[in-house]
Design a protein around this ligand. Structure first.
Ligand code: CMC
Length: 379
């Protein structure tokens, strides 16, 4: 029954569905730019707040614009008290499920509720950028029987995020590495979660709905879930000497090595090297260099696959950084979401700016023209 004249693009692989002015990716050369700025420059020289502004407004902020944006973020970190009650009732759920639920709930409390204009959507996206870290850490504290740690406005986005884990002031190095991690995760074109957010906004639904759906898409192991699995893998490998055999076993059982491969990159993911340097520095500083050595051995064992375009991706080194910062494994995907809110925001805004319903086709391969038999006559 299948229509053989149809050209199928399963997974929409290689399909361009719109234009963008936000993020440029050249997968064959391993180039990533936000608004024309190379990711290497941004990772080395910028801050998450500045990158969030850049993504949302298109240009780097001047000093005054930066200060205004920064205080807008800081002033939006608190959550309505009703949110904490809901977190309490669902505290046993995975942090991504809690995050998805609370982001959806925040739509009802937003001061721009029911205003889907571009301007209001930007304001909502900025508020969500500030609120998401508070949600993740409030849940973490509540599930551990503690009172959530209040946001600390003397700290930047990354520092406050780490601070809210347990109320301890993080080291400058830990803050800088977290900041870099958020910059590297801030946007990545039409990845699965951003595409999902665009599909939702393509119907002119609101940004809270679009980001809620984006969070759901991000949670899977083929997308944001990989960092958690890489950490699990590193724990199972235990020593760099075991890495080659571990990888060989995975591949001979047709399993994937987490933190490797990418739909777009055939060269190395340009984000990975910054996190690799971070893991090396942090694990040596903490006297736990075995983690870096394990990851390096896995990378070496996977090197023959680079000929097939399978290289490390951003998630390979991220998990160990979080682990060394004392962050539990199930918070690794939410950290990705914390960094990604500005990206989802601008993807939704771009969609709104020249909106079109996203509605592709499916090639039907089932039965046709079947006779309807009343239930009493069915076997
Ligand atoms: N380990 C071993 N083999 C792999 C891997 C891997 N990680 N990734 C791809 N391959 C092989 C795959 O088995 C297939 O081989 P064959 O042609 O012999 O069947 C070939 O490479 C092409 O794979 P694919 O699944 O068609 O490629 P894709 O573009 O659909 O998959 C991916 C991309 C990210 C889902 C996949 O590489 C993967 O599952 N990686 C592991 C999970 C991971 O690290 N995800 C994080 C992605 S980066 C951050 C983000 O965007 O969220």
């Amino acid at each position: 029954m299948e229509n053989k004249n149809v050209k199928l693009y399963r997974g929409l692989q290689g399909v361009y569905f719109d234009r963008t002015q936000t993020t440029y990716i050249d997968g064959s050369k391993g180039i990533l730019e936000y608004r024309g700025y190379n990711i290497h420059d941004l990772a080395e020289k910028s801050t998450f707040e500045e990158v969030a502004y850049l993504l949302i407004y298109g240009d780097l902020p001047n000093k005054k614009q930066f200060e205004e944006f920064d205080s807008q973020l800081k002033n939006s970190r608190n959550l309505p008290k009703e949110v904490f009650k809901v977190i309490e009732t669902i505290k046993e759920s995975h942090p991504m499920d809690v995050l998805r639920t609370i982001v959806s709930m925040l739509a009802s409390y937003d001061e721009d509720r029911e205003d889907n204009s571009v301007e209001a959507s930007i304001r909502k996206g900025i508020r969500l950028t500030a609120q998401v870290p508070t949600i993740v850490m409030a849940h973490h504290n509540i599930r551990n029987g503690r009172i959530p740690v209040e946001p600390n406005n003397n700290l930047n986005h990354a520092g406050n995020f780490l601070y809210m884990l347990e109320g301890n002031l993080p080291s400058q190095n830990a803050i800088e590495l977290m900041d870099k991690d958020f910059i590297l995760h801030a946007d990545h074109g039409s990845n699965a979660s951003a595409f999902t957010a665009r599909v939702v906004s393509g119907t002119s639904a609101d940004i809270h709905g679009a980001i809620t759906a984006g969070i759901a898409a991000l949670s899977g192991p083929s997308h944001g879930g990989a960092a958690e699995n890489v950490m699990q893998m590193a724990k199972e490998i235990k020593s760099p000497d075991n890495a080659a055999t571990y990888v060989k076993n995975l591949l001979s059982n047709k399993k994937r090595v987490m933190g490797f491969g990418h739909r777009v990159y055939r060269a190395e993911d340009p984000r990975a090297k910054h996190l690799k340097e971070g893991v090396k520095k942090l694990s040596e500083e903490l006297g736990q260099s075995e983690w870096y050595e394990i990851l390096e051995s896995v990378q070496k064992a996977m090197s023959p696959y680079s000929r097939r375009g399978i290289h490390v991706n951003v998630d390979f080194f991220a998990g160990v950084i979080y682990y060394l910062n004392g962050i539990p494994q199930d918070l690794f995907v939410p950290i990705f979401a914390v960094g990604r809110i500005p990206g989802w925001t601008i993807q939704v805004v771009e969609q709104f700016q020249h909106n079109i319903l996203i509605r592709p086709l499916l090639n039907y391969t089932g039965e046709r023209e079947r006779e309807y038999i009343p239930i009493q006559n069915r076997e």
